[in-house]
Design a binder for this molecule. Structure first.
Ligand code: ADP
Length: 503
């Protein structure tokens, strides 16, 4: 209880202290706010409601207990308990509607009761049952008190304002100097009404807090439930992580087997061929045979190297070690750099044309420059790989229309005229080791890790990535990045500079 009071005080006082102008504005506008009159209505209605609760409870309990020996009492007591439960729900609703106070319902027990007896016992053992009942019983005296205070405050205010006005027209009431005292009396009446309104608002605030304490679960119970839910979430995460670790092991071993088997096969063939050549007294193997074997071994070793790089990137991302330096970046610069690197290769190796279009004046985005280049390289390489000869891959950069919350984004897209991705595969391609056509892609060199790394990087830069595709027509991957608020960034780095200088 003391803890709750302390928290309420901290919350209220803490908010007020940090917002003085807001507090003064709220105080001055209180008489014109709808909430004030809802509060007054709540205070006035507390008395009749309290009277009804007390009548039902007292009459029900007395009648139920008196008739218990002739067995009618038992169902009567059950009805009274049900009515009390209903009244508590009703009170929670009233507090929400009139006072704007959210009261959480009682926490269901972890072990659900099976029979009627069990349920009644659980209900009776719950501490909240008794505080709820006590609240209903106390509603009558507290309601009477709030009704009386509200009634007195309103009637006095009305009297103080109306009396001088009536006195002016009828000197018998107002006295001889009614005219001269009209303005001070009216001012006093207004001041009293103003203070009364704040007093009633305070009374309503206290009533709301009282209802919250008596009708809702205790803070300790809520904390226990929250930590229970947190523990369950943690357990689930741990299980998921364990499952994904197991899957990763299986996938990695599977992926390693193919290149390792290929390298071993070719090295063994080479050794046999060398032995054979030696047997026949030849100096060495024919050049083309040697070149072909070594070429295959070289390609497979490169694939192994790429897999190890990807696995390292994944491990870093999973261990939360993706240390990005997110700052304002000129994405057009990155686009031009990637275009310059890959356009000649795309044409030479696959006869694919790579074009880049950047909207003029695109604002800077929040990103890590090197990682953004890695993301774009990955998307463009994929697009080139999956586009047949004569196709086109285009990179576009443009600012999007501002979102509803005012946040501005820049869209970086990579579109191709390639094979496309079937609709039911679209949401899976960002998963680890997922390949649309495993056999085709194994031959083309991918391990199905590229896009999942791209997604991790984009997410770490507070961006999003999406894909649209039509089979046979092509695909478009779009990365959305936040526009850098340059003034905020300048302030932030200035602060950092000052901090560094001070050190
Ligand atoms: P990989 O390293 O195998 O390319 P990714 O994670 O980069 O793995 O891609 C996953 C799968 O998504 C690929 O195997 C491929 O089938 C599909 N994919 C990616 N980009 C494209 C694209 N531009 N067009 C068609 N399919 C694509």
């Amino acid at each position: 209880m003391a803890e709750t009071f302390e928290r309420v005080w901290q919350e209220t006082w803490g908010t007020w202290r940090s917002d003085w102008p807001g507090l003064v504005r709220a105080a001055l506008t209180a008489p014109f706010r709808r909430q004030t009159y809802l509060n007054i209505a709540y205070l006035l209605f507390s008395l009749p409601l309290g009277a009804v609760y007390v009548c039902v409870l007292v009459f029900g309990l007395v009648f139920g207990l008196a008739t218990l020996p002739i067995l009618i009492g038992f169902p009567v007591l059950l009805v009274v308990i049900a009515a009390a439960g209903w009244a508590n729900n009703f009170e929670r609703e009233q507090a929400r509607i009139w006072l704007g106070v959210e009261i959480p319902p009682p926490i269901p027990t972890m072990r659900p009761a099976s029979g009627l007896r069990d349920r009644v016992l659980t209900y009776l053992r719950d501490q909240v049952t008794w505080t709820n009942l006590l609240y209903l019983v106390l509603k009558f005296p507290t309601g009477a008190l709030t009704f009386w205070l509200t009634f007195e405050a309103i009637s006095t205010a009305v009297r103080l304002i109306v009396h001088p006005i009536v006195g002016m027209t009828n000197p018998a009431i107002g006295g001889n100097d009614a005219d001269a005292l009209l303005v001070p009396r009216l001012l006093f009446g207004g001041l009293f009404a103003f203070v009364a309104i704040h007093f009633l608002n305070l009374l309503a605030l206290l009533s709301g807090r009282f209802a919250r304490i008596m009708l809702g679960p205790s803070e300790a119970a809520l904390r226990a439930v929250a930590s229970e839910a947190e523990a369950a979430r943690e357990r689930q995460n741990a299980e998921r992580a364990e499952q994904s670790r197991r899957e990763l092991m299986v996938n990695v071993s599977h992926e390693l087997r193919t290149p390792v088997a290929s390298i071993r096969g070719h090295v063994e063939s080479l050794l046999m061929a060398v032995d054979e050549a030696a047997e026949h007294g030849r100096e060495s193997l024919p050049n083309d045979q040697l070149h072909s074997y070594l070429g295959i071994i070289h390609r497979e070793t490169e694939r192994l190297g790429a897999l190890v790089d990807d696995l390292l990137a994944l491990a870093r991302s999973e261990a939360g070690e993706l240390r990005l330096v997110v700052r304002p970046v000129d994405a057009a610069d990155v686009v031009n750099e990637v275009h310059e690197t890959l356009a000649p290769l795309a044409w030479r190796d696959r006869s694919v044309t790579l074009i880049a279009e950047c909207e003029p004046g695109v604002p800077l985005v929040l990103a890590d420059r090197d990682r953004l280049a890695q993301v774009l390289l990955n998307l463009v390489r994929n697009a080139i790989t999956h586009t047949p000869a004569g196709g086109i891959v285009s990179i576009t950069l443009q600012e999007e229309r501002p979102a509803a919350d005012g946040q501005r984004y820049v869209a970086l897209s990579v579109a191709d005229t390639g094979a496309g991705i079937p609709p039911d595969e679209l949401d899976k391609i960002f998963e680890r080791f997922y390949r649309v056509d495993a056999s085709r892609n194994r031959a083309s060199g991918g391990f199905g890790l590229g896009l999942s790394i791209v997604k991790d990087l984009v997410t770490a830069m507070n961006g999003t990535i999406g894909v649209e595709s039509r089979v046979g027509e092509g695909s478009r991957f779009t990365v959305r990045l936040r526009v850098a608020d340059q003034r905020a960034e300048a302030r932030r780095s200035a602060k950092q500079d000052v901090g560094t200088a001070a050190r």
